[in-house]
Design a protein around this ligand. Structure first.
Ligand code: SF4
Length: 292
């Protein structure tokens, strides 16, 4: 069991390292496309610098951004995976190792004393969302979420009478208010339904989808395209300085809801979309699904 434990610590550490130096190929390609179609000189210069930044980070193996983010994990634990107890501790140990060795900026600060833990581990940090699923595998999705893009998250508790029109307005309002703050081009995650907490969780989860992954519900796929078009038509552009591309994608997730509520969560993920996904087998072997 201690071998499996060691494999998991090293595996999660590798996932954090991969994400620190590389964004997934779908994000990279979308940024390159945005550069190619841009004719605003300021926007083009910004996109050129972003693409170059990604190349340098990847080849020189240095973090993509000075804000190396809050370590956030979505864990899908198979019911028959042989190790269940101590998974939080495993993730914490990997985080301490990653903070020291990559290195990552220590971002876990006590909100009352402003004391920094120094190793990205603190009360409820790393943030871990748990789900128990059938099977004997452990799937971990890691997101290094920058403070700038987290700060423009929004929750709207709409009146259900506002319906689809209200949802669309909430997304556009959130983007307009965010402006340059989340370091656009961004990925816009939208979580509809559940309660307040579920809508926010789904919104963040939506930003983890591949950009070329089409929503399986054709109506939602259409809505994602419509919102993307509307957002980019505002002309806010990269870094909010004007141009064609403010958002690379809009992704929607949803849950059933209370009849009296219509929660809409919005999560914005900056161009430094540092995410990695890996599946661990019961013997500790690991298959990386993202990046690329
Ligand atoms: S929002 Fe993203 S790109 Fe901007 S400073 Fe934070 S991590 Fe870096």
């Amino acid at each position: 069991m201690s071998d499996l434990r060691e494999s998991l610590i090293n595996g999660v550490f590798e996932m954090m390292k991969l994400a620190a130096f590389n964004v997934p190929d779908d994000v990279k390609n979308a940024l390159k496309r945005a550069y190619e179609i841009e004719d605003n000189p300021v926007a083009k210069a910004n996109l050129g610098a972003i693409v170059r930044n990604l190349e340098v980070a990847s080849t020189e193996r240095i973090p993509i951004c000075q804000d190396t983010g809050t370590p956030t994990f979505f864990v899908e634990l198979g019911e028959d995976f042989p190790l269940k107890a101590g998974l939080r501790e495993i993730i914490e140990q990997a985080t301490v190792k990653a903070t020291q060795e990559i290195p990552l900026r220590p971002n876990a600060v006590n909100p009352w004393t402003y004391e920094n833990s120094g190793n990205n581990v603190g009360r409820f940090v790393p943030i871990i969302h748990w789900e128990v699923v059938p099977g004997d595998e452990l799937k971990i999705t890691y997101l290094a979420k920058g403070g700038g893009s987290e700060n423009t998250s929004k929750l709207y508790m709409l009146s259900p009478v506002l319906g689809l029109k209200g949802i669309k307005k909430a997304v556009i309002d959130a983007v307009v208010e965010a402006g340059p703050k989340p370091c656009p081009p961004i990925i816009v995650g939208v979580g509809v339904g559940g309660g307040a907490d579920m809508a926010m969780k789904l919104a963040k989860k939506a930003t983890l989808r591949r950009l070329d992954d089409k929503n399986p519900d054709p109506k939602l796929a259409e809505l994602e395209e419509e919102l993307l078009h509307k957002i980019n038509s505002l002309g806010l552009g990269p870094m909010g300085l004007g141009g064609k591309t403010y958002a690379l994608a809009v992704k929607i997730e949803w849950a059933h809801k209370h009849p009296a509520s219509l929660p809409v969560g919005i999560s914005t993920l900056c161009w430094a979309a540092r995410k990695s996904i890996a599946v661990f087998k019961p013997d500790g072997s690991m298959k990386v699904l993202m990046p690329p």
